[in-house]
Design a protein. Sequence first.
Length: 186
Amino acid sequence: MLAGILLLGGCVSFGGKPPKQLIGLTATTTAPAGELASTTRGDAIVVLDPEAERRLDVQRVPVQVDDTTIAYLKDATWVERPARQFRRLLAETIRAKGKRLVVEAGDASELGKTTLGGRLLDMGYDARNQSVVVRFDALRSDVGGTVMSRRFEATVTGVSPKTESVAPALNKAANEVAAQVADWVG
């Protein structure tokens, strides 16, 4: 019976072939260990998942081939949806500045009266000029009802269309955008 089970194990597959490499975003600036911040509800900021169009709301890295054609980078797979990873990167970068209590969406969003959301417009590879582009339209709503928006962008040029080149370039560009947003939020 044991021999039969071992033989059957070679015939059964529990999922597809795993990707060669997974891509994740890692914050270059992180908050130190210990108490981060304490504040009143009105001073806390809630970082929401950014919206993303369908080409970015998948676990594959989009490649802009020309003005109207999009493909996906071969053998490149995100660890999880890029919008969610970008939210975590934004929250950690703002948290590292140490000026505000940062709450991520889903943790306890009723705590903060200031929210930061927006739309992730681009996070991929541009084959036309061999670059990686991260573009984010931020939308910030404050306690007093003031709503502000601003576009942030970072580009890393001279990137070959291979996962081992695109992955660190995406991380670098995403961290640049997160730092710009953190400075803007204060």
